[in-house]
Structure formats: C-alpha cells, structure tokens
Write a protein of this length. Structure first.
Length: 87
C-alpha cells in the first residue's frame, strides 16, 4: 500500500498493488478520512449533476442525521444480475 499526499489538501490517493474489491476500498476510504461527511459513488451509477448540492442541503436540514441515501440512475442492464437490480 502507498499513500500519496500531493499539494491538494482535499485528495489523498491510497493505492494497493492488487484489487481488493469495492467493500475493502470503501472501508479503507472511510478509515483514512478526516472529513465530517463522506459520499461514496460507485463506478456503475450515474449521479445527478447536482448531487453535492442535494447532500449539502440535506445536511443543513437534518444536522443530526447519521446517513443519507439518495436516488441514483443505474446504467442499462447488461446481464441477469443488473436486470434484477433494476426490477
């Protein structure tokens, strides 16, 4: 594992030499984060262009909430598994 710290304060890249899966990546990101809030986006969803504004508004309206879940648009189904997700 290597941790790159660039000149950008807000972005840290954590790289493993092998793929350890999405859950491992999320947990690693969560463990390294020092932010008050974290937004996880997977590569198989298409977020709305105003997603950050929507979450910022939700945080302001519900400051004691622990989790927010928003609507996402899934890409076209390409197999049985993705067909089931869209059902």
């Amino acid at each position: 594992m290597s941790l790159s710290r660039d000149c950008n304060y807000f972005i840290n890249v954590i790289h493993y030499p092998e793929n350890r899966g999405a859950s491992y990546a999320r947990n690693t990101g969560f463990n390294y984060s020092t932010a008050d809030w974290i937004l996880f986006l997977d590569d198989d969803v298409i977020p709305d262009e105003n997603i950050l504004d929507a979450y910022a508004g939700a945080i302001q309206r519900y400051p004691n909430a622990k989790v927010f879940v928003g609507m996402t648009e899934l890409p076209d189904a390409c197999n049985l598994w993705t067909e089931c997700l869209r059902a």
